[in-house]
Ligand binder design. Structure first.
Ligand SMILES: Cc1cc2nc3c(=O)[nH]c(=O)nc-3n(C[C@H](O)[C@H](O)[C@H](O)COP(=O)(O)OP(=O)(O)OC[C@H]3O[C@@H](n4cnc5c(N)ncnc54)[C@H](O)[C@@H]3O)c2cc1C
Length: 404
């Protein structure tokens, strides 16, 4: 079977690219080949079934700052197709989006099915062929075309777009062709911690500064205490920016939490002294908690070796210092990681140096394009991973449609 364009992978990037190509050049004969028996599976389960389509950050360079891998390379592409263009695309097709307080954007319907139906409807209108149960096993390059050996037979095309997500098998196949693959490691995970200071406090959340000196990374934001350890935006940010370094540490490291952030040791000491002077007769345990959840404050007071009945006036200098340590530099051992709400992405994939980001074409093979998670690009949680898929797919599609 011969086509002008073959798209391998019926996921977010594959569908978006197919629609863009068919719209820009309806004369092109194109097909989506999907390994599974169904398409768009990740879109369906994404965002807890609501699909966090993109993020309400409309300035290209600011948007790019959310990508631990790909920040530099995506700046240019975001100037061509940014989150505002994603909003436009869906709104024009009857799928309005809404913005949540933290900037995440979802379909107003709160259902990922709206996105899937939109793609299916566009494919139907544009006559895009989709073949399922058709995993690509091998890709061969001939002088003027690509030949694909698949579970559904042999396919040929002039242009080939690989949008197979984080498929290890495809990465191995590409590696054999001489394309450099950066080793995949997980990103977006929470930290497993067994520590008496947070035992029994699950559900509490506090704004904190967190850092992992062994990996030279730090972040700030809400930290959530869970049954297993620590989670929340600040922890997820560390897991994304430190994906590779934390993997190298085998997920065993020390995390330093400043529960008083943005205060530092000195300013925290000052606050405690003021409290001591203002309420000398109050017990430290039951004292004002400086924006900290009460039970967390009490746990840290006890961890500082301060008796529940001790009054501020009787607090020794040593105890005061210990309390400041617990509040601003609470060190905990992390032993392993857990998945965050089943959401995860893979850090790793096609080495970005081998991709021309004006076209998303391989620098090594002409007529071969990539989009989505197959590339060594990934982001923190918030809709950014899909935005990478939409942007890459749009630019690759434009290049394919305009190529001779
Ligand atoms: C549970 C979960 C929730 C998520 N929620 C969000 C969210 O709300 N917002 C967000 O921005 N990101 C989210 N993500 C990340 C997001 O889903 C991915 O970044 C995005 O799907 C990547 O798109 P893609 O098209 O590159 O890959 P995919 O969507 O993974 O699509 C790749 C497709 O290629 C197919 N394939 C693989 N190998 C072959 C082969 N050899 N031949 C043919 N086909 C093949 C696969 O079966 C798949 O259908 C979530 C991820 C998970 C796991």
């Amino acid at each position: 079977m011969t086509y002008d364009v073959i798209i391998a992978g019926g996921g977010a990037a594959g569908f978006f690219a197919a629609i863009q190509i068919a719209q820009q050049d309806p004369s092109l004969h194109l097909v989506i080949l999907e390994k599974g028996k169904d398409v768009l599976n990740k879109v369906r389960i994404s965002g807890g079934g609501r699909c966090n389509v993109t993020h309400a950050e409309f300035i290209p360079n600011e948007l790019a700052r959310n990508y631990p891998r790909g920040e530099r390379e995506l700046r240019g592409p975001f100037h061509t197709f940014c989150s505002g263009d994603t909003v436009d695309f869906f709104e024009k097709r009857g799928v309005p989006l809404k913005t949540e307080e933290d900037g995440r954007m979802f379909p107003v319907s709160d259902s990922s099915e709206s996105i899937i139906n939109c793609f299916r409807e566009e494919c139907r209108k544009l006559g895009i062929e989709v073949i399922t149960n058709c995993g690509v096993n091998q890709v061969l390059e001939f002088e003027k075309y690509w030949e694909l050996d698949t579970a559904g037979g042999t396919f040929r095309s002039r242009k080939l777009l690989l949008a197979t997500g984080s498929s290890q098998k495809v990465w191995r196949m590409l590696s054999k062709m001489g394309i450099t693959i950066v080793d995949p490691v997980p990103s977006l995970f929470t930290f497993n911690i067994k520590d008496p200071r947070i035992q029994g406090l699950m559900g509490l959340s506090s704004f904190a500064g967190v850092r992992i000196p062994e990996a030279a990374i730090e972040a700030e934001g809400p930290v959530l205490i869970t049954h297993w350890g620590l989670s929340g935006p600040a922890i997820l940010r560390l897991s994304a920016w430190g994906a590779r370094a934390l993997n190298a540490l085998n997920y065993h490291f020390k995390i330093h939490v400043n529960w008083m952030y943005p205060e530092n040791r000195e300013s925290c000491l000052e606050l405690l002294r003021e409290e001591m002077e203002a309420n000398p007769k109050r017990t430290v345990f039951r004292s004002k908690t400086f924006d900290l959840p009460k039970r967390l404050w009490q746990s840290l007071v006890e961890a500082s070796g301060i008796d529940r009945s001790l009054k501020w006036a009787d607090l020794s200098r040593k105890q005061m210092n210990r309390l400041v340590d617990e509040l601003t530099d609470c060190v905990m051992d992390v032993h392993g990681k857990s998945t965050f709400k089943e959401e995860f992405v893979t850090a790793g994939g096609i080495d970005l140096k081998e991709v021309d980001f004006k076209t998303f074409e391989s620098r090594k093979f002409s007529g071969l394009y990539f989009a989505g998670e197959i590339l060594n690009i990934d982001a923190i949680t918030g809709g950014f991973n899909f935005q990478n898929a939409w942007t890459g797919a749009y630019i690759a599609a434009k290049a394919i449609a305009q190529a001779p």
